[in-house]
Design a protein around this ligand. Structure first.
Ligand code: ARG
Ligand code: ZN
Ligand code: CA
Length: 254
């Protein structure tokens, strides 16, 4: 794909307390991070170890807050819903007005992004391509959303949404989801096979699964490192996201 895909986003803010009702500036800060990270124009991309710099991908995907709502009326791309639920789980209840959340906008036109308080310290979760339209999209907890306001270190770099949108575009975790084993795969050929997730901010190199001398690509957005410690997608991952945009996510590219 030569052209740049520009995806309309609707942010559904579902809040129980005033603090959870994140402001417009925080939402705009999140969109700005997406537009840097999916174009490899993030200020920290130069921290990628030299051995992997040639693998850094400009995924040629951009995002903008929707300008038209499902009825064709002008919108700022943000919905705000006061709810009686203090927090939410991965059961998708936040995605339905009937359960105190907010219904998805049509998933063939918009990327739906819910912001709410998630339980159990969960930062976010995503639906892979191929699921129900009514639950399609990404959920991010309000303390790991954007870079201002309620965003809290070490998850105040907007990278939770980057990671979750990676899943929404069919990317798997870089360690292949087999925890500490070496048999799982992310089905991407240019990411090293890696034992399990990395947390925090590891020092390079971190060798697992005989992947030396360079070791794990823990600075990849699809690992579990801190926001300040992740800053790249690979060309193989960009190709996999491209395939999703060419097939399951194709309507969004029109
Ligand atoms: N689904 C993961 C979680 O909830 C998201 C990890 C995002 N990582 C990050 N540095 N923001 O734990
Ligand atoms: Zn994940
Ligand atoms: Ca791999």
């Amino acid at each position: 794909r030569q052209s740049i895909v520009d995806i309309p986003v609707v942010v559904h803010v579902v809040h129980n307390t005033p603090e959870q009702n994140v402001g417009d500036a925080q939402i705009h800060s999140q969109i700005a991070v997406l537009n840097q990270d999916f174009r490899a124009s993030n200020p920290d991309v130069g921290k990628v170890p030299a051995t992997w710099q040639d693998l850094v991908a400009d995924a040629r995907i951009q995002f903008h807050l929707a300008r038209t709502d499902p009825l064709g009326r002008p919108t700022d791309g943000i919905t705000r819903t006061q709810t009686s639920s203090p927090d939410w789980d991965t059961d998708d209840l936040v995605k339905f007005s009937l359960s105190g959340g907010h219904d998805a906008w049509p998933a063939d036109v918009y990327l739906n992004l819910w912001v709410c308080r998630l339980r159990r310290g969960l930062l976010g979760y995503a639906q892979f391509p191929g699921g129900a339209a009514s639950t399609d999209g990404v959920v991010v907890t309000y303390t790991a959303f954007g870079t201002t306001g309620t965003a809290t270190a070490p998850f105040d770099g907007g990278r939770t949404a980057v990671h979750e949108i990676g899943h929404w575009l069919n990317l798997r975790h870089i360690w292949g989801d087999d925890d500490e084993g070496c048999s799982g795969s992310d089905f991407v050929s240019d990411t090293p096979n890696q034992g399990g997730p990395n947390l925090g901010s590891p020092s390079f190199p971190h060798v697992t699964c005989n992947n030396g001398p360079d070791g794990d690509m823990f600075m990849n957005y699809m690992d579990y490192t801190d926001d300040a410690a992740m800053f790249m997608f690979t060309k193989g991952q960009a190709a996999r996201m491209d395939a999703a945009l060419d097939h399951a996510r194709m309507p969004l590219t029109r």
